[in-house]
Design a protein around this ligand. Structure first.
Ligand SMILES: [Cu+2]
Length: 146
């Protein structure tokens, strides 16, 4: 490999490390019966991490097309789970034991338009049952980011 090409790859490597170092971690605190903050705006590649999850869990019930959420219904109680989210869009989640108290939240990844928010709301209305419909209330409070 000649010097120029070597330098090119070193530059590529440096930028790669720099951009991954810029990925942020956003903490969401489980309070008695609510997630704080309940609406979080993050960039693709950022991580969310739940704190103080003793007696709580966090399970996604609305995820963008083609994306994976986190958690599993009725599982992960007491676990400070975290998730790194690459796919842009609206993620709606709930704490199963406290869904009756409206312990729900949303994570907005990247740029979402008013239409994207409306589509997430429609999906939530079509799929959520009983108290889980309270996720819709949080989706209604999302400010579009594009
Ligand atoms: Cu809870």
């Amino acid at each position: 490999m000649n010097k120029k090409i070597t330098r090119f790859f070193i530059t590529l490597l440096t930028f790669g490390v720099a951009s991954s170092a810029m990925a942020e971690e956003h903490r969401i605190n489980a309070e008695a019966r609510a997630f704080n903050p309940a609406i979080v705006y993050i960039a693709p590649g950022d991580t969310i991490k739940f704190d103080n999850m003793t007696s709580h869990n966090s399970v996604t019930y609305v995820v963008p097309e083609g994306a994976e959420g986190w958690g599993e219904k009725g599982m992960n109680l007491g676990e400070n789970i975290s998730a790194t989210l690459e796919t842009e869009g609206v993620y709606g989640y709930a704490c199963d034991p406290h869904i009756g108290f409206g312990m729900v939240g949303v994570v907005v990844v990247g740029a979402v338009s008013a239409d994207d928010v409306a589509a997430a709301k429609q999906k939530a209305m079509d799929t959520l049952e009983g108290p889980y419909k309270r996720i819709i209330g949080k989706i209604n409070k999302i400010e579009p980011t594009k």
